[in-house]
Design a protein around this ligand. Structure first.
Ligand code: PMP
Length: 356
């Protein structure tokens, strides 16, 4: 117990709740990790690392990784900011850019960390509702605000909006920073990085945790114009200059350079996504049009909370939120073909058993 005298000066927050990390033999479809290993180039680069160098601090500018990413995105090195997963990058973005005192806008159903950062930094916020089909209503983002953030594809809905939608919001908010969180864009379509030259209020964030199979290395980044990237760096250097380890920088750069492996990995996941979606539809599930590496599904005749528990009892982990509007949905990460077979077999039994 903390005494009241101490407690009154402590910052209290309702923390983000990450998905479970179950024991090894489980079929783990609950945190949108990539089911395939990272590029073999990552292993090679790790083998060449001289651990004696670990006594030295890493490059605070993350030079090697920034260089690889600037080549990949065809932008200047001064247009990339790297961090410890996109969570780190996004948290710094909230701290750096959302200081007007006016409410920041993000959807009511979205990545739940946005609300946590807003509360942590005491940033006011307003959450316009997604429509009945779980789409972001772009007109709701045309009111006074202190910044805008949304994921594209959105999570957990998996719905992707085309670039004209992003541009609509950007062009009507020229004096606000708009952050497009593209954690899942590699499974979807065109990236808003294409718009950076035209909109000086745009920041795009991406991650190595999904499409590059490196969630365990914690690598994320932002792409924007040099002015905004400098602001992010100034705040980072005022907080913790050596955020990324030598190992993460080397692995990240190696993964970016292996474009062929990256593309093949994504192709497989998209193929499995379409297969699993069709199988689940056969079983009576309804779902959004997923453009991410996860499906957002419900069954009209089966309670999602119950299905979640039943799957868990069979060591199959998916995600369920006991929340308004999405309480009857399950979010299912696209795993390997074998994992998705295990899932659909288990669901087939659960759905048909209860019909008998
Ligand atoms: N944005 C969204 C929409 C996410 O779902 C996630 C993954 N939980 C992240 C950002 C953060 O990913 P990471 O910190 O692993 O880069």
């Amino acid at each position: 117990m903390i005494r009241q005298e101490l407690l009154k000066n402590i910052r209290k927050v309702e923390p983000y709740v990450p998905g479970e990390q179950p024991r090894e033999k489980a079929v783990k479809l609950n945190t949108n990790e990539n089911p395939y290993p990272p590029s073999p180039e990552v292993r090679k680069v790790l083998d060449t690392i001289d651990t004696d160098d670990f006594r030295l601090y890493p490059d605070p500018a993350s030079g090697e990784l920034v260089k690889a990413l600037s080549g990949y995105h065809n932008v200047g090195e001064d247009q990339i900011f790297a961090g410890v997963g996109s969570d780190d990058v996004l948290a710094l973005c909230f701290l750096t850019f959302f200081n007007s005192g006016r409410p920041v806008l993000f959807p009511d159903i979205t990545y739940s960390f946005y609300k946590v950062w807003a509360q942590l930094y005491r940033i006011p916020y307003v959450c316009p509702k997604l429509d009945g089909e779980f789409r972001i209503v772009k007109e709701d983002y045309c009111r006074e605000n202190g910044g805008i953030i949304f994921p594209n594809p959105n999570a957990p809905t998996a719905i992707y909006e085309e670039l004209d939608f992003v541009e609509y919001i950007l062009s009507r908010n020229r004096d606000s920073i708009v952050i497009v969180d593209e954690a899942y864009v590699d499974f979807a379509g065109r990236s808003a990085t294409e718009l950076i030259g035209r909109y000086d209020n745009l920041i795009v964030t991406q991650t190595f945790s999904k499409s590059r199979s490196l969630a365990g290395m914690r690598i994320g980044y932002a792409v924007s114009n040099p002015g905004l990237i400098r602001c992010l760096n100034d705040v980072k250097y005022s907080f913790n200059s050596y955020t990324m380890s030598r190992a993460a920088l080397a692995c990240g750069a190696a993964a970016v350079r292996d474009k062929e492996y990256f593309e093949e990995n994504i192709r497989k996941i998209k193929e499995t996504r379409e297969w699993a979606a069709a199988e689940l539809k056969e079983l009576g599930f309804v779902m959004t049009d997923s453009r991410a590496n996860f499906l957002f599904v419900r069954h009209p005749e089966h309670d999602a909370g119950k299905l979640f528990d039943q799957l868990r009892a069979e060591d199959i982990y998916v995600r369920h939120w006991n929340e308004e509007r999405i309480g009857q949905y399950l979010r299912i990460t696209v795993g390997t073909e074998d994992e998705m077979h295990a899932l659909t077999d288990a669901l087939k039994k659960l759905v048909t058993d209860s019909r008998q």
